[in-house]
Design a protein around this ligand. Sequence first.
Ligand code: PLP
Length: 406
Amino acid sequence: MSQISQLARSIAASPTFALNEEARLLRERGEAVINLSIGEPKNKAPIAAILSSAARISGGDVKYTPPDGTPSLKKAIIRYTEENYDRVVAPENVIISAGAKQSLFNILYSILNPQDEVIVLAPYWVSYPEMIKMCYGVPVIVRPEDGTFHPRMADIERAASSYTRAIIVNSPNNPSGEVFSNEFIAEIVEFCEKKHIYLIMDDIYHKLIFDGRKWTPAYQFTNKSVEESMIIVVNGVAKLYGMTGFRVGWAIANRKLVTVMTNVQAQTTSCTSIVLQAAAEGALTGMQSIVENLRLTFENNRNVIMQELHSFNGVRCIKPGGTFYCLPDFRAYSDDSVKLAQTILKKALVVTVPGKEFGMEGHLRLSFAGGIKDVTTAIERIKWVLDPTSPNEIFIGDRKLLRDWL
Ligand code: PLP
């Protein structure tokens, strides 16, 4: 008999972590690998974050915190919520976790009974379906069938059943970069409140938005208080401040749910590290220009990658309105995104993430969080692998290679 539970065995490995590891090993071997699978900004952490966490360590007073977070970080999150969401929330509405990922898991664990359904909008972040399964729930995937990356309310209404407990919305979206319209957010808020379904807003990329567009919080479309509303907000410092390794995220929800989530957290991780909570507090209360600088860099990188992809025969890419990802359609070359990503890695040493992982077969997720040089060189290499009209000689590192398979 197996020593591993059936449920644990059914959980897929995180493909993005696996690909990053593959890229690291190749680089260690001295290969000229370019990693377009990265899900994090390359900047150094904000100085205010470094100083406040360093002060906590050097003071030596590194102890447990309350399970739902330190009062001072909560205060910073409450201010952030007031400034960015135009909502005043109480400390009892806030729970801090080890990354938005833990916040999401904790929410799902706290609201799902076995066999409850959660609607997930494709293309979706890889972890949502696995997390739902880990809580004995059932992910119900809703796909836009009109060739766009924008969900449609009619499809969601059709997918909803008496078992639906929650819908997860992530806009700006990983992996497509799509920013959902205000009309859609207004409709889904109304739908969830009418049906009494939780609306989990994963706002982790909310300030990384381009073309002068303004992000609108879901709260704007309800006049219910945080206590009565079905909206749950998830956010964190990982993507906006480039602090992925600090592992701090948070959720904002009604007090009853936050109390349950606090009990769950108290019995599992106890609390998020006090050192890292101090870092997040530094980031939230320090200079905010770092976020705008990252946003500008990503908008510029987005323009460059779109220009490169436009000149790629057969590849179609919907322009991302935010984040640092795009999800071009490679079906002109292959319907099998896993095989395609493997071929590109083997022949051209470029790491991409197969669209299959995000519920979008035939696509590849490309991250433009790295430098422009990485982006242009990587697209040139992918063209060399796939497009017979591109030059058939290329330099990869210091090796000159000749294409002999097209
Ligand atoms: N939500 C989405 C959509 C993400 O892309 C990620 C990270 O890739 C997370 C949540 C997790 O964020 P954190 O690093 O704070 O756990």
